[in-house]
Each structure stands twice: as C-alpha cells, then as structure tokens.
Design a protein around this ligand. Sequence first.
Ligand SMILES: Cc1cc2nc3c(=O)[nH]c(=O)nc-3n(C[C@H](O)[C@H](O)[C@H](O)COP(=O)(O)OP(=O)(O)OC[C@H]3O[C@@H](n4cnc5c(N)ncnc54)[C@H](O)[C@@H]3O)c2cc1C
Length: 309
Amino acid sequence: MLRAFLLYLSHAGWARSIALHWRLARAVALRFVAGETQEQALDAVRQLNARGMQATLDVLGESITDAAQATAMKDAYLGLLGAICAADLQAWVSLKLTALGLDIDAALCHENMRQILTKARECGLSVTIDMEDHPYTQRTLDLFHALRNGDGFDNVRTVIQAYLYRSDDDIESMAREGAGIRLCKGAYKEPAAVAHPKKADVDAAYVRQMKALLDAAHAGRGYPGIATHDEAIIDEAKRYAAEQGIATEAYEFQMLYGVRIALQDQLAAAGYGMRVYVPFGTQWYPYFVRRLAERPANVWFFVSNLFKR
Ligand SMILES: Cc1cc2nc3c(=O)[nH]c(=O)nc-3n(C[C@H](O)[C@H](O)[C@H](O)COP(=O)(O)OP(=O)(O)OC[C@H]3O[C@@H](n4cnc5c(N)ncnc54)[C@H](O)[C@@H]3O)c2cc1C
C-alpha cells in the first residue's frame, strides 16, 4: 500500500514540485544522490575508486518531452564522458532513453545514443541503458539491438528486470548472443498482467536468470552485472560461481549509491568486482521516491531526519 502510494508520488507533478523547492527534502535525498553537480559526482567516484570499487554515473532526468531538453541531456553525457576520461576515473555511464528523446522522436533518441556511444568508445567506456517501466521494455530492447547489432557498438549494455514474465525468454536470448546485461529485480509499479506480484516469485526468477547469465559468462559470452542488495541472492551468486568454477573476473556485483555500504566494502575487499550506481543532478525527485518505495525503513529515515533538522 505504502509502496504503491510512493510509486504514484514518484511521477506526480505536484509532489515533484513541492519536493524540489523544499531544502530539507533535498538534503535528505542526498543520501541516495551524489550531489546536484558533475563535480560532486566525480568526487564521489574518486572516493569509490579509492575504496576499490568502480562506478556507473547517471545524470538524473527522465520522461523528457521537449527536443531541446533531450539534446541538452545528450550534451551533458558527452561532457561527463570527457570528464571521466580526462580524470582517468574507473566509471561507466548509465542513462534512460526517455531522457534522450524516446517519447518525442525515436530517430532523435537513436542519434543521441550514437553520439554518446561514439564518445564513450573513444575513451574505452561502456554505456548502460537503464530499463524503465513496461511500456518501454520492447522499445528499449529494440534500440539496444539496433545500436549493438545494426550500428556495431560493442560498448552498449542494457538491463533486464527479473519481475517481468517475459524476462526468462529475454535473458535466454541475451545470454545466447553474449549481450552485456545488468540484472535487477525491477523498481516500478507494474500490473500483475506483466510482472510477478509476489516477492518470492521475483526472487526465484532473479536467481534463475542470474544463473543463466553466469553460465553464459563462463562460456565467454557477456559480462553480467548482478545488481541487487539482497544478501541471500549475493551469497547464492558467490556459491554458484564457485561451484561451477566461474572466475570472479567474469561478472560483477552492482549496488546503488548510499545503499548497503558495508556490504559493498566487504565484497570489494573479498576481491569481487563491485560497481556502484552514482546518480547526480537537479532532477533527483522520481529516483529518490523510488528508493523510498523499495524499503519502508527509508521513509522513516526521511521523516526522522526532517524532524531532527
Ligand atoms: C546498480 C543498480 C541499477 C539498477 N537499475 C535499475 C533499472 O535500470 N531499472 C529498474 O527498474 N530498476 C533498477 N534498479 C533497482 C532494482 O530494480 C530494485 O528496485 C532495487 O535494487 C531493490 O531490489 P533488491 O534487488 O536490492 O532487493 P530487495 O528485495 O528489494 O532488497 C533486499 C534488501 O536490500 C536492502 N535494500 C534494497 N533497496 C534498498 C534501498 N532503496 N534502501 C536501503 N536498503 C535497500 C534492504 O536491506 C532489503 O531488505 C537498479 C538497482 C541497482 C542496484
């Protein structure tokens, strides 16, 4: 109930405008967001690299409906890639297609992606296309394949959400072709017609799909990102990989900035690849509310901090 309400708030314009003008809300959101500027985000990456972790940087913004904003977002990514390169940081980038014009004009979005991937390739960096809610799943995978197989970009990766019924099939074909995949449970409110409503079914699907990706990586096809904070699943990944003789270099764990920090450190110290998703920018509202929805305790953290201040 609380999760559903928060996920409704994450795209409610009125709630977004209250939060963005509320200094205290911004201060608390900074637990999950590395700052509003690129320099703050690059500082966060420097600290992660010093702790033995990689990063993936995300310029916050989604559901853009104006071509000029999509072009500005593309330019922000080009500048970010140049800055990562110049500072010699260990970071990829992640982005959302609706921030690059998918809702306005698919051709504009495709062209923006080509420019971003070309710049990233010059620096030897990968770009992950985040996965949004289910009306975008097929369009995201179509553009991913057009970029990878049509345009020949081998530095593009994307995301599969274990909660969708279709994901077992998507994982099978992605694993067969060796595509670079981040596997996550899924963060949006989806109808039971398209996604498992029960957490136990989502977790079981995640483990199935994770093993398929690990098997493919073992056979030299793809480099999966196991994106979860679920300790039982992380333990199962470690156990399965060790049992099958899959090298730790064949895959990596991924977590969100500000979430399960001690576990991030533990995995990095134990020699596992650990990449942290570092979002930044002024458009932090929907991202922040989705993080609140994932864990009721975060809502109490938010409320109690408002009162402490
Ligand atoms: C690197 C990365 C990239 C992602 N990219 C996408 C994407 O492109 N599309 C998409 O739909 N989703 C994405 N997600 C979000 C994902 O789908 C889940 O909503 C989120 O990761 C919570 O699921 P979980 O696997 O951690 O498991 P859960 O079962 O939700 O959580 C397991 C445990 O982790 C801890 N935890 C989880 N979330 C939080 C939190 N917000 N704050 C504090 N503790 C928490 C809690 O202890 C919880 O009990 C991404 C997640 C990660 C880690």
